[in-house]
Design a protein around this ligand. Structure first.
Ligand code: GLA
Length: 378
C-alpha cells in the first residue's frame, strides 16, 4: 500500500515540480486513553496510526512556495492570497514562525497525497503541520530537535485558533511502532509501552460527524480548567494544573457546575491512563475495555464534548459481543471512535456502522487501527 502511494506521489510531483525530492510519511494519531489531559499537564497514551499524509518536497526555482494537493487536485501558489484552501493556513503559520525566528525559507515545491482520513479526529492537521516543519527544517538545514519541532507545531496550531496541547505533535514526531507512548506532560517524560494485543485488535470508526475543533468548545474547556485551577488554589490548595489533584481531593473541593464535572473528569481520566498502562503491561487486554467505556461516559456527561449521534454509535458498539470497549478519541464533537475488539470479529462493527449510516444518513466507515512509526523519510 505504502509503495503504491509513494509511486503515485512521485509521479504527481514529477509532473509539476523538480524531481529531486525528499519524501516523508507523517502519521495520524490514535489515543488509547487520556483525553483533554495533555493541556492539564496530565497523562496520555497515544500511538501513531499506520496511515499518513505523504509529502514530497523539492527546492523550487521560483520566488514562492507552491503546493499541490493530489487528494483535492488543487494547486496553490502561495503568492496568490485569493481563495486559498483551509490547509494553507498551516503552511503560512509555520513558515511565518520559522522565518521570524530562523531567517528566510527557500521557495519549496510540495506535493501531498494521503491515506489518512482528514478532519476525522486522528490529527490530520498536526500530521500536516509537523510534515511542513520537518521539510522546512530539512531544506534550511536547521537541525531542529523533535522537541523544537513539537513546540513550533503547537505554536502554529495555536496561531490558527486551537489552544491545543502537545499530544498530537509529540505522537507524530516521537511514536514507536507497536508501542503506545505514555506521556506525562507534568514531568515531560515518555515511556514506551509494548502493544502486545494477544487475541485483540484496535479498530477505528470514523463517525462522519463534522469535527472542527477550532470552531468548537475546545478552547472553552481549556479556559474552564484554568478557572477551576484558580478557584481550587484559593479555597483548597495551591495548584498549577488539575493533574496535581488526586481522586480523594474531589470530595473536599467545592466548585459550581460545570467546573466540578470538568475537574472530576480530568482527575479520573489520569487515573484511567495509569490503570490501562498496568493492564497493558500485565497483558490483561480485555480489562482495558471497561476503562474505555468509562472514559467515554466522562467525555459525554462530564466534559460534554460528545454528540448524540456519537453517543448512539458508541452505545451500539459497546453492546457487540466481541467488543471489549469503545470511546470517542481526540478533541471531540465527532471525529473517530476507538474500538477494542476480539481479533477477526470486526463484522460486528461493520453491522453497527451500517445501521448508523441508515438511521443518521451518514457515511461512517471502520478500519483497522494498526500502529506505525513516527514521521519518517520514506
Ligand atoms: C486535540 C488536541 C490535543 C488534545 C486532544 C484531546 O486532539 O490537539 O492536544 O487536547 O484534542 O485529548
Amino acid at each position: 500500500m505504502e509503495m503504491n502511494i509513494k509511486d503515485a506521489l512521485v509521479n504527481y510531483h514529477r509532473q509539476l515540480f523538480n524531481p529531486e525530492s525528499i519524501i516523508i510519511a507523517s502519521p495520524g494519531r490514535v489515543n488509547i486513553i487520556g483525553e483533554h489531559t495533555d493541556y492539564n499537564n496530565g497523562l496520555v497514551l497515544p500511538y501513531a496510526l499506520d496511515k499518513h499524509i505523504y509529502m514530497s518536497a523539492s527546492l523550487g526555482d521560483g520566488q514562492s512556495l507552491k503546493v499541490y494537493s493530489a487528494d483535492q487536485k488543487r494547486y496553490v501558489d502561495f503568492r496568490d492570497d485569493q481563495g486559498m484552501p483551509s490547509w494553507s493556513r498551516y503552511y503560512i503559520q509555520a513558515i511565518n514562525y520559522i522565518e521570524d525566528n530562523y531567517g528566510p525559507c527557500p521557495p519549496l515545491e510540495i506535493t501531498m497525497l494521503s491515506d489518512l482520513p482528514i478532519g476525522a479526529g486522528i490529527s490530520s492537521s498536526s500530521a500536516l503541520t509537523c510534515g511542513v516543519i520537518y521539510l522546512i527544517d530539512h531544506f534550511m538545514k536547521l537541525e531542529l530537535t523533535p522537541d523544537e519541532m513539537i513546540k513550533i507545531a503547537t505554536y502554529t496550531e495555536h496561531g490558527i485558533g486551537l489552544q491545543g496541547g502537545a499530544m498530537d505533535q509529540s505522537t507524530i514526531l516521537k511514536a514507536r511502532k507497536d508501542h503506545a507512548a505514555l506521556m506525562d506532560f507534568g514531568l515531560n517524560t515518555i515511556e514506551y509501552i509494548p502493544l502486545e494485543m494477544g487475541g485483540y485488535d484496535w479498530w477505528m470508526v470514523y463517525t462522519d460527524v463534522e469535527h472542527s475543533l477550532v470552531d468548537s468548545e475546545y478552547n472553552t474547556r481549556r479556559k474552564e480548567c484554568e478557572t477551576s485551577v484558580s478557584l481550587i488554589s484559593e479555597q483548597f490548595k495551591e495548584i498549577e494544573h488539575l493533574s496535581q489533584l488526586i481522586p480523594s481531593d474531589l470530595a473536599t473541593i467545592r466548585l459550581d457546575d460545570p467546573l466540578d464535572r470538568r475537574t472530576k473528569f480530568v482527575v479520573e481520566e489520569n487515573q484511567r491512563v495509569r490503570a490501562v498502562v498496568d493492564m497493558l503491561k500485565h497483558k490483561e487486554i480485555s480489562s482495558i475495555g471497561p476503562l474505555l467505556n468509562a472514559s467515554h461516559l466522562g467525555l459525554s456527561k462530564e466534559y460534554e464534548v460528545s454528540t448524540n449521534e456519537v453517543d448512539w454509535l458508541i452505545e451500539q458498539l459497546q453492546k457487540c459481543v466481541a467488543v471489549c470497549g469503545a470511546r470517542m478519541i481526540g478533541g471531540g464533537f465527532g471525529g473517530s471512535i476507538l474500538v477494542l475488539i476480539e481479533k477477526d470479529k470486526e463484522d460486528e462493527i461493520h453491522q453497527v456502522v451500517d445501521s448508523y449510516n441508515r438511521i443518521y444518513g451518514k457515511e461512517a466507515f471502520a478500519f483497522n487501527a494498526h500502529s506505525g512509526n513516527a514521521l519518517i523519510e520514506v
